[in-house]
Design a protein around this ligand. Sequence first.
Ligand code: SAH
Length: 320
Amino acid sequence: MPAVDFIRSGLRMAYHTPVLLEEVVNQLQPRRGGLYVDCTVGGGGHAREVLRACGPEGQLIGLDWDDEAIAASRERLSEFGARVQLVRASYTELERVLMSLGVTAVDGVMFDLGVSSRQFDEPARGFSFLREGPLDMRMSRQLAATARDILHTTGLEELAKIFRLYGEEKRARAIAREIVTERERTPIETTTQLARLMERVLGPKHGAIHPATRVFQAMRIAVNDELGNLKRGLEVSTQFLKSGGRIAVISFHSLEDRIVKQFFVEKNAGCVCPPQLPACACGRKEVLRIVTKKPVSAGEQEVRDNPRARSAKLRVAEKI
Ligand code: SAH
């Protein structure tokens, strides 16, 4: 292989290593000629295996709201030609996207939540407190407010709420107070500046993790409205699933996993009318059958090869 191609293929590989790859494909059970949606196509790692499994005529629609992810997956999935369509959009806009493509129902949907390794490792995106960069944290450049904007325009109580709810941070209020004091002295512009501030408030060690971990998670969730989007995305994608079609979701922290679990349970519940009623009045029907009673996690080998897999949980349900 010429050196340039070798480096290029290395770069492609390095975009993002898909987690629970085999498990997702096994659970999604792609059928030949089926139509699948990857709501978070990223570097196209999962999409590629789904396209292989549903070939030679199966199709995939891939969404991502990050231009760079769309560019990377366009290259990675080029071998599939017209079998794949990539759209830069948030999965919360799935209905509009599918309508514009003339699609009314799909055979399977997947979500691989959070940021890709590429986004995380790129200092300019501002996701990592270990890398000096601007406090941006927007997964999509279409989003108006960066982490810096939110840190400087949000009141003390609201900031504390963000850290408490999205970071599950016990000392949320103390941190918020420190940020409000600090920002009046000097603007907090960079990741490392915020990380140092956290070390000052919480001490160099905060349990087993770096003191900035929870605040960075909280800010990221707030900037990208990750939990609100997830709820909307699950709802709309379930509507488009064909009967027997599956929805597979990989989450990376307990807040996300709880939303997925509760959504599946809620859609699994049928009529809630008291038994003495002659006919159902609530109109609730079972919409999903839960396939994974317990979430699927990565095996030891995968966690060793890819530390990002450590916290991954896969839940799957099937449309009734
Ligand atoms: N499965 C992919 C990796 C996905 S990483 C692979 O194998 O390569 C998660 C991706 O989800 C990121 O690229 C991020 O930009 C995207 N994402 C997060 N929230 C989104 C949303 N609301 N709409 C569309 N894409 C989103």
